[in-house]
Design a protein around this ligand. Structure first.
Ligand SMILES: Cc1ncc(COP(=O)(O)O)c(C=O)c1O
Length: 386
């Protein structure tokens, strides 16, 4: 294949620059004890979910064969959407083949010229990309800061609709949006609040439907995005909320309309995961107890665990190369921990993003903290002597 000379040189220069900054990424499959996946309830390998997926493939075939507006639509998916809406306490829900696409659709479809989208400063790339696609003004709000949000809404110069977009549990920081304050502020200013529950669904709330449920903010939230590839162990995502908004997404949501529908068997597997989440609340209790134990053990060793109470437990390192070196050492010792660097997180805040799942034990977590503490000390000494 022919690579134009100028383009080849440019790509080589960009790769070299990433390397100099310690930002080269490599693709590496799982190895060792899982301390990095989003499979918080270990449902991706649950025999009941696996069996339902296999049955689903026999029932429906492998691929969906088309977009949902063509021959890709299946009753199994629409039944699951109705069930998921009830689980969320929402009027309707719509399934997308990934959370990334669901976020693009929610943020880009509704906003029109003259509108304003306010986005939390630490929002996920999929929300940011949705905002980039939207034809509206945009503003970045300081992270999890209700007073700053109030100011932005009060001082807005645009006269159209305002949208406020936030995660509920932040994917890389593991902390929470102040949803009750946000809901109240949005209601007062007539703003539509969109909440990405990617890391909260399955873990928070009495039913396990997310932080919106746990904080009792259902009435103040317009739409939620709920991924099925994390705690639910499968893939895809549900947008849940207002019925006319879901209807409009079916008419105009390009990330769904112009993409082949997800394999229908996935709906069967997600249905099984939902039944487990609803029927076994002890699972989320276990994840949260393990997360709390891990956070305390890290603090006891004076390791810089970031504030929060969720199952996402980031340890702030700062330097990109040191974060990678720490993750490599831990991986060599059998702990599958990954370094997260810019642009996923702000410059100077490279970290180990540790996540907790129901398959871990207290002993494993204590062993991990001991290994990290020893490696931490060694990398500090190396930095000091170089
Ligand atoms: C907060 C958040 N939103 C959305 C997504 C995208 O979801 P998906 O992986 O299903 O595309 C992710 C995935 O990492 C996420 O962390």
């Amino acid at each position: 294949m022919g690579v134009p000379e100028r383009l080849g040189a440019r790509i080589a220069a960009r790769l070299a620059a990433l390397d100099r900054e310690g930002l080269t990424r490599t693709l590496a499959g799982p190895s060792g004890i899982d301390l990095s996946s989003n499979d918080y309830l270990c449902l991706s390998r649950d025999p009941r979910v696996v069996a339902r997926l296999v049955e689903g493939v026999h029932e429906h075939g492998v691929g969906s064969t088309g977009s949902r507006l063509l021959r890709g639509e299946r009753a199994s998916t629409s039944r699951l959407e109705a069930r998921f809406a009830a689980f969320k306490g929402a009027a309707r829900s719509l399934y997308f083949s990934s959370g990334y696409l669901a976020n693009l659709a929610v943020v880009a479809t509704f906003a029109e010229p003259g509108d304003l989208i306010i986005s939390d400063g630490l929002n996920h790339a999929s929300l940011i990309d949705g905002i980039r696609l939207a034809k509206a003004e945009r503003a970045i709000a300081p992270h999890a800061d209700p007073a700053a949000l109030e100011q932005l809404l009060a001082n807005r110069r645009t006269t159209g609709q305002a949208f406020v977009v936030t995660e509920s549990i932040f994917s890389m920081d593991g902390d929470e949006a102040p949803l009750a304050d946000y809901a109240e502020i949005c209601q007062r200013h007539g703003a539509a609040l969109v909440v990405d529950e990617a890391h909260a669904v399955g873990i928070y709330g009495r039913r396990g439907s997310g932080l919106v449920e746990e904080t009792g903010t259902e009435d103040g939230v317009w739409l939620t995005v709920n991924t099925a590839g994390k705690a639910l162990g499968v893939s895809g995502a549900f947008v849940a909320g207002d019925a006319p908004a879901v209807d409009y997404l079916i008419q105009r949501g390009r990330p769904m309309l112009f993409s082949t529908a997800a394999p229908p068997a996935l709906a069967e597997a997600i249905g099984e995961s939902l039944a487990i989440v609803e029927g076994e609340p002890a699972l989320r209790g276990r994840v949260r107890a393990l997360a709390s134990l891990l956070r305390s053990a890290l603090r006891d060793r004076q390791l810089p665990v970031m504030d929060g109470r969720s199952q996402v437990v980031p340890i702030l390192v700062g330097d990109n190369e040191r974060a990678v070196a720490l993750s490599r050492d831990l991986q060599a010792q059998g702990f599958d921990v990954r370094a997260v660097r810019p642009p996923t997180v702000p410059a100077g805040t490279a970290r180990l993003r540790v996540s907790v799942n129901t398959g871990l034990t207290e002993t494993v977590l204590h062993d991990f903290v001991a290994a990290l503490a020893a490696n931490w000390e060694r990398t500090t000494l190396c930095a000091a002597s170089s």
